[in-house]
Design a protein around this ligand. Structure first.
Ligand code: GDP
Ligand code: GDP
Length: 486
């Protein structure tokens, strides 16, 4: 090999496969630093989670945008549309983490204090470290003090951002925030970027390299973790009551910080499962308008802690946009997915016909998810949930060895080459599955691969290797024209 690369982290690939792969990449003239970065990006385990909390309008979303460096990603000023995307991947100086923005809360639902507290609770619960944003121009308010109390109780590392310090004259306002007792206030202007580098350095110091415990606060091993999610009234608490019966065991309010998210151990099909945040499901606060965001945050928190999502859908009603959004959240979170069509006792022939059409139209993105038709009321087919969950988890953990993958890719490319574009024919040169849970592939190509061809590859990967019940991620690295370094 004529090139040095420093990243020795082979991750799930293992040392031998990693070295072999690097050799392949070197022969094809790829920049090995980039290849190592790609493998690290695809091969990482769960990332540490940073939550951004604070009162409305202090600049949380602006700060999150600044950190992830994609303005359009968060700020979506469509009135009446509640943001449901709350979690993003970010990195600073090569360290990757997930950032959770709680800025979407609608203020008037519970009154400011209560709403800030509830959203902060969920965010703190799922976080490994917290950025507490205060508007330095306004100074600390009673609500801020209330959040400080929550933060103290949670005992998670906190970095204090004194926002809206747009110039040197604001520094004094920032200093006043020492009074909150959270240590040094970092003066920043999220809007203009002033001071955000120092803030990020402090955040990196506070954030553990990996989540202290995998999947947001629950130790690996032990019962598999299931998030039962779905829009209000699809039958989540009914199903929970059906499966829990008298076997129900309420487990710790995790980390002793919050009163709300509580998990339950439930025996189902002879196996014990950990159902995430069952208290939240049972609590049934059906706040009218504006509860959407709160529900989304709760769903996001549950997904963060879970390995597999059982998405409950009310089969007796037309699929709603909210159903699709929840499915998207689970897929984007990279969790194994089972879809349970509930209230099957309520379906007649006609509804069944339309349901199938709706599924074809609205849920194509999860064609690969195992499906069960159940009734939480009568108990119909509830026992089929277990094999479905097991199938999905198996798909989620499947790993194709590099040699086998490349044999497959070679045949695929020979039989179905990429269409010629502008006189050129981009070609997949080789690839590897750098990660699992969910399966993540990195492909290396001689030119840009069109979306249609990428989808074709994903389809063929599934046909060949299964991956039932799991999203798969395929990233493509294109060889630069003059990629060959000395
Ligand atoms: P959130 O509700 O906490 O997410 O707050 P937003 O990020 O939506 O920001 C609220 C308002 O404060 C917006 O009008 C922002 O443009 C403004 N803002 C955010 N950060 C700064 C800053 O650093 N300086 C100034 N002057 N305004 C800011
Ligand atoms: P959640 O908001 O998702 O927790 O939904 P619930 O469990 O509270 O159920 C909402 C409503 O649907 C209640 O009136 C339930 O009795 C009803 N429901 C739940 N599961 C079924 C079912 O399988 N069949 C029928 N017919 N109704 C159901």
């Amino acid at each position: 090999m004529d090139q040095q690369y420093e990243h020795g982290d082979a991750g799930e690939l293992g040392d031998a496969e990693y070295a072999e792969f690097m050799e392949l990449a070197a022969e094809e003239g790829f920049d090995l630093e980039e290849v190592a970065d790609d493998l690290a990006a695809a091969g990482h385990g769960p990332l540490p989670v940073l939550a951004v909390v604070g009162r409305p309008n202090v600049g949380k979303s602006t700060l999150v945008n600044r950190i992830i460096g994609r303005r359009e990603a968060v700020v979506e000023d469509r009135p009446g549309v509640t943001r449901d995307r709350v979690s993003y991947e970010a990195d600073w100086n090569g360290r990757r983490f997930r950032i959770v923005d709680t800025g979407g809360w609608e203020q008037d639902v519970l009154g400011i204090d209560a709403s800030v507290a509830s959203q902060a609770e969920y965010a703190i619960e799922l976080a490994d470290a917290v950025v507490f944003v205060v508007d330095a121009k306004v100074g600390a308010t009673d609500t801020d003090e209330a959040v400080v109390k929550l933060l103290r109780r949670a005992g998670k590392p906190v970095v204090l951002a004194a926002n809206k310090v747009d110039g040197p004259s604001g520094e004094a306002d920032a200093s006043a925030l020492w009074n909150l007792g959270l240590g040094e206030p970092y003066p920043v202007s999220s809007l203009h970027g002033r001071g955000t580098g120092d803030l990020l350095d402090a955040i990196m110091d506070a954030l553990p390299e990996a989540p202290a415990l995998q999947f947001g606060g629950v130790a690996p091993g032990g019962p598999r973790r299931v998030a039962l999610i779905g829009r209000p009234n699809v039958g989540k608490s009914s199903l929970l009551n059906k499966v829990a019966g008298s076997e129900r065991v309420v487990v710790d309010a995790t980390a002793g910080t919050t009163r709300d998210p509580v998990d339950e151990l439930i025996e189902l099909g002879g196996v014990t499962w950990r159902f995430i945040d069952t208290a939240g499901i049972r609590r049934r606060v059906h706040l009218s308008e504006g509860a959407d965001y709160y529900a989304s945050l709760r769903t996001a928190a549950a997904l963060e802690k879970a390995e597999v999502a059982v998405i409950l859908v009310d089969a007796s009603e037309t699929l709603a946009e909210q159903d699709t959004r929840i499915v998207t959240m689970a897929v984007e979170a990279g969790r194994a997915v089972v879809i349970a069509y509930n209230k099957w006792d309520n379906l007649d022939e006609e509804r069944r016909y339309y349901l199938e059409r709706e599924i074809e139209r609205d849920l194509v993105q999860v064609q690969w998810a195992p499906r069960v038709n159940i009734s939480a009321r009568t108990g119909r087919h509830v026992e089929k949930l277990v094999p479905a969950i097991e199938t999905a988890l198996a798909g989620w953990e499947t790993r194709v060895p590099t040699g086998k993958l490349n044999a497959f890719l070679g045949e695929l490319v020979a039989a179905h080459p990429h269409p010629i574009r502008g006189g050129k024919q981009p070609r997949i040169l080789f690839g590897t599955q750098a990660g699992t849970r969910p399966p993540r592939f990195v492909l290396f190509a001689s030119g840009f691969l069109e979306a249609g061809y990428r989808r074709f590859i994903e389809r063929r990967l599934r046909e060949e290797f299964g991956f039932e019940g799991t999203p798969i991620q395929v990233s493509v690295r294109v060889r630069e024209k003059r990629g060959r370094k000395k």
